[in-house]
Ligand binder design. Structure first.
Ligand SMILES: Nc1nc2c([nH]c(=O)n2[C@H]2C[C@H](O)[C@@H](COP(=O)(O)OP(=O)(O)OP(=O)(O)O)O2)c(=O)[nH]1
Length: 129
C-alpha cells in the first residue's frame, strides 16, 4: 500500500484549537486539522507552514511536534505529522473548507473527526487539555 505523508497544524489560541471541515473529495464533511501533503525535499515542518499559508492565508510558528498519526485507509497508508502552532501574522481567510471552528480543549469531541485524527485528538487531550 502506498504511504501518503501529510503535515497538519494544531493551531492553538488560548484554550482553543482550530478544526476544519473538509469541503471536497472522499472525506468531504469530516473534520480535520488544516495541512496537506509534503512536497519533494520538504520537511514536515516546512510543509505545515506552507500549507497553512496557502489554505488559511496566515503565518504560523511551530512550537513543537506533538504526534505522528499512522492510519490505514482502504487505499493508502497515512503518516501524518502534527505540530502545535500559533498564528504570528495575518487574519484567517479560509477558501478551502466547508466550515471552521475554534474548539475549546474541553470540548474536542463535538465534531466528527476523520478516522486518522482520533488518536491525534487523544494526544492533544493528554498533553494540552
Ligand atoms: N490535512 C489533513 N489531512 C488529513 C487529516 N486527517 C486525514 O485523514 N487526512 C487525510 C485526508 C487526505 O487524504 C490527506 C491529506 O491530503 P490533502 O490535505 O493534501 O488533501 P487532498 O489530497 O485532497 O489535497 P490535494 O491532492 O487536492 O492537494 O490526509 C487531517 O487532520 N488534516
Amino acid at each position: 500500500m502506498k504511504t501518503i505523508h501529510v503535515a497538519a497544524a494544531i493551531i492553538l489560541d488560548g484554550n482553543k484549537i482550530l478544526a476544519c471541515q473538509r469541503g471536497y473529495g472522499e472525506f468531504k464533511g469530516g473534520w480535520e486539522f488544516p495541512g496537506g501533503k509534503l512536497e519533494p525535499n520538504e520537511t514536515a515542518e516546512q510543509a505545515c507552514i506552507r500549507e497553512i499559508k496557502e489554505e488559511l492565508s496566515v503565518d504560523i510558528e511551530v512550537a513543537r511536534h506533538l504526534y505522528t498519526a499512522e492510519h490505514d485507509y482502504d487505499t493508502f497508508h497515512l503518516s501524518m505529522d502534527c505540530f502545535v502552532c500559533s498564528i504570528v501574522a495575518g487574519t484567517i481567510v479560509d477558501t478551502e473548507h466547508e466550515d471552521m471552528k475554534w474548539l475549546p480543549l474541553d470540548n474536542l469531541w463535538s465534531v466528527d473527526w476523520l478516522p486518522a485524527d482520533i488518536k491525534v485528538v487523544e494526544a492533544i487531550e493528554a498533553s494540552l487539555a
